[in-house]
Design a protein around this ligand. Structure first.
Ligand SMILES: [Zn+2]
Length: 284
């Protein structure tokens, strides 16, 4: 089965490098991702544009809009990306730069970092971004759930706060990153209710293959996730993603395969990504 990784990272961020070294124990580099994608039959990855100016600065208020991928000068041909938004930097110049970037065919969506930046999805500050998303028919991805930084503020990344945006912008498709974990049942309701809301299943675990196995085999750790998936009762709304480098690719695929009924693998691992990110068809 060919697989699309709808959520990964390829940015020069200290906390990702630290995690790759100490927790997930993988090679966070150009060669590293090519090798892991090859071995797991991942044909395309969607990188989440993110930049930190200050060392250990993420979430960085001084980062530019748009944010791209800057781990290495070379970006693998199998990686496209979502342009990252810094809400502190959305003046007319930044919006012009963002619009210019959206003409690049390798930009397949827009990423908003709820919780990392203290604004709700429905805040006025993001309205010009939704206007551009609508004009270029691009999806908007929201970080939701736990923040991978103590400096994040969880109230802004709760999945229930996406409902209003989904209602007001019916012509835009949205992807709730991490399915709002650990508030997956709230996330499930927002996905279930709104035809334009999808969710990715990335980043539900951080660590090595052994860590994934330990969580997966625990009788209770993923009960909330399984409950939420069952509640939505529509596997065409979910996309596979890894959040690499937070976990190695292949063991994470095996884990998601186990919690998604086999008749829905084609949708979750491949087809739904084509629906949500129409531009990626050019790379497959
Ligand atoms: Zn991520």
């Amino acid at each position: 089965m060919k697989i699309i990784d709808a959520h990964m990272h390829f940015s020069n961020i200290d906390s990702f490098k630290e995690t790759a070294k100490k927790q997930s124990k993988l090679d966070y580099s150009y060669n590293g991702i090519i090798k892991e994608y090859d071995e797991a039959n991942v044909v395309l990855g969607i990188g989440m544009g993110l930049v930190e100016k200050e060392k250990e600065g993420f979430p960085d208020p001084s980062a530019p809009t748009p944010m791209g991928l800057d781990l290495d000068e070379r970006i693998p041909t199998s990686v496209v990306y979502c342009a990252g938004i810094n809400p502190y930097n959305l003046d007319s110049h930044a919006l012009q730069e963002l619009e210019k970037t959206l003409h690049n065919p390798r930009v397949v969506g827009i990423k908003i970092y709820l919780g990392y930046y203290p604004f709700y999805a429905y805040d006025e500050v993001y309205q010009p971004v939704y206007k551009l998303a609508s004009k270029y028919e691009l999806p908007v991805v929201f970080h939701t759930g736990d923040t991978y930084s103590e400096r994040g503020l969880l109230k802004y990344s709760h999945p229930l706060t996406l409902d209003e945006v989904a209602v007001e912008h019916r012509n835009i498709n949205f992807m709730m990153a991490h399915f709002g974990d650990p508030w997956t049942l709230d996330g499930a309701e927002v996905v279930y209710k709104n035809r334009n809301m999808y969710a990715d299943l990335s980043g539900l675990v951080v660590g090595t293959a052994d860590d994934i196995k330990r969580y997966k085999d625990s009788p209770r750790f993923f009960n909330h996730l399984k409950h939420a998936l069952t509640f939505t009762d529509n596997y065409q709304k979910f996309l596979f993603g890894t959040d690499w480098p937070l976990v190695p690719i292949k063991p994470y695929i095996e884990f998601i395969k186990e919690i998604i009924p086999v008749e829905h693998h084609e949708d979750v691992f491949y087809k739904t990504a084509l629906k949500v990110f129409p531009r990626i068809k050019a790379y497959l």
